[in-house]
Ligand binder design. Structure first.
Ligand SMILES: Cc1ncc(COP(=O)(O)O)c(C=O)c1O
Length: 482
């Protein structure tokens, strides 16, 4: 029949671009979104699944074989759709934080789903990356898609998302913004757009708890910790992520991602998943930095127009009905305004006895830091430059190690001694998360934007819990003596 597609895989791509108006009210920069959630498999991963499978078939994969993948859900859904059309079996390995809908979605296509613990190191044999690798090794006639290492992932976006966006827009925007997962989207699309328009800014959005933000900002591999938003952020560096393509990384926390996800649906009619809310939240924050830098208007005179950001919206809201779109889940996790809970890092800082933030300058010598530690009785300090930018942390134990066995002297630069044994959080980070953070790291460094504003240690957290417990158990009326 004229106009009909040969099969549903031919419907991948050509997703619309839509201008946001309500969630961006009052912002002088225009934000547009690329609606990848309208792909037949439900996300942008349709593009890489097609390309990875095309490459695997070129390399000899035969119908009847098994596709194995470590997936947070979307890549699996896209591969499962193609597998159904082309006669492959599928085994998908997922971390246990993923929503039940994602698991059910994959099973609906007849795939086998193996669920693994989220809270283990990527090298741990129980991690979903390692389990996927093992299953792939043990399965004959198998294709391990390995989206974290497969060059066909960024290539998919270089060959499809980039040219498609260019065709739709003629490159008439200044910033391309997307969530940072495997990096396929940013690396492939970013590379294409940058080749076409060298001034194009490529901006990644990363959740608090992931490794990317700190690494891009400071070169340090800090302590990752767990967060709720799905599909973005990593606790290791996939080879598919080309960090050099990035002009900037914007950090977002779960609460702002989820509230924006709900607003996108209720105010803009765009039923997106959490990483879509994250990407738009990040884009709004980046737009504010453009305003501060005087970049909100492009061109001059009659040709002047507001600067434009194009945001990639990865997947749809259906898979998050039991979480982001469920008030009970949102409240239980402290993401709604009236939610109970221990509060945020900001509340902890407000309850703490006020004290100035003591930092060491990156140019300081070890002797200056020892003197500072002695005069302030502080045992660990962030190394921060005059613009408030963090470059490490130094604790008494590091000083001791440097002097006794590290071959350093009191004249050594403090940057040679500073460590990356810390996690970074924001004032909005939930206090509940700090317990996990501080059981793994010396300290949590609180950053507001790119500025360090405080350091939180285990004793601060203990103090905060103690005060909260005391407040909850102190009787309001003194007991009567008997
Ligand atoms: C929901 C969602 N958003 C964003 C991303 C990130 O895309 P990429 O892997 O291309 O960086 C993913 C990747 O898994 C995802 O599942």
């Amino acid at each position: 029949m004229q106009g009909a597609l040969v099969d549903i895989s031919k419907a991948v791509g050509n997703t619309p671009i839509v201008r946001l108006s309500r969630v961006t009210a009052g912002l002088p920069v225009e934000i547009y979104v690329k609606c990848e959630f309208l792909n037949p498999g439900g996300s942008h991963k349709d593009r890489l699944a097609s390309n990875m499978l095309r490459r695997a078939e070129e390399d000899g994969l035969k119908t009847g074989g098994t596709i194995v993948e470590a997936t947070s859900g979307n890549t699996g859904a896209s591969l499962a759709l193609l597998a159904a059309l082309r006669g492959y079996k599928c085994v998908f390995v997922m971390p246990d934080k993923m929503s039940q809908e994602k698991i059910s979605h994959l099973r609906a296509f007849g795939a086998r789903v193996v669920v693994c613990p989220t809270a283990v190191e990527p090298e741990d044999p129980r991690s979903y990356y390692q389990v996927a690798e093992r299953i792939a090794r043990e399965t004959p006639n198998c294709f391990y898609a390995n989206q974290y290492r497969n060059p066909a992932n960024p290539e998919a976006h270089y060959l499809s998302s980039g040219p498609e966006i260019w065709k739709q827009t003629g490159g008439d925007f200044e910033v391309f913004c997307a969530g940072m997962g495997t990096g396929g989207t940013l690396s492939g699309t970013g590379k294409y757009l940058r080749e076409k328009k060298p001034s194009m800014k490529v901006v990644g959005v990363d959740p608090v708890g992931s490794l990317y933000y700190d690494f891009v900002k400071t070169g340090r591999i800090t302590k990752p910790f767990s967060y709720k938003v799905e599909g973005i952020g990593e606790d290791f560096f996939p080879s598919t992520m080309d960090l050099k393509i990035l002009d900037d990384v914007i950090r977002v926390d779960d609460k702002e991602c989820f509230l924006m996800t709900r607003d996108m649906t209720r105010l803009e009619g765009l039923f997106v998943g959490g990483s879509g809310g994250a990407a738009v939240s990040g884009a709004v924050k980046y737009a504010r930095t453009m305003v501060d830098r005087g970049e909100a208007v492009v061109g001059e005179g009659a040709g002047a127009r507001p600067a434009r950001i194009l945001v990639f919206l990865a997947d749809a809201g259906h898979k998050y009905l039991s979480k982001i779109f469920n008030d009970e889940w949102m409240r239980e996790n402290g993401f709604l305004e009236d939610a109970p809970g221990l509060g945020t890092v900001s509340d902890l800082l407000a309850a703490r006895e006020s004290r100035p933030l003591v930092t060491a300058h990156p140019d300081a010598k070890l002797r200056d830091v020892v003197a500072l530690m002695k005069s302030t009785s502080i045992s660990q300090l962030p190394v921060v430059d005059s613009r408030g930018k963090l470059s490490g942390i130094v604790a008494e134990v590091d000083v001791l190690r440097a002097l006794v066995s590290g071959g350093k002297t009191l004249d050594s630069a403090i940057t040679e001694v500073a460590e990356d044994d810390y996690a970074t959080v924001t004032p909005n980070t939930k206090v509940e998360l700090l317990q996990g953070v501080l059981s793994d790291s010396k300290a949590a460094i609180v950053e507001d934007g790119d500025r360090v504003v405080a350091i939180v240690t285990r004793i601060d957290l203990i103090d905060f819990f103690t005060k909260q417990t005391a407040a909850a158990t102190t009787p309001s009326i003194a007991p009567t003596a008997v």
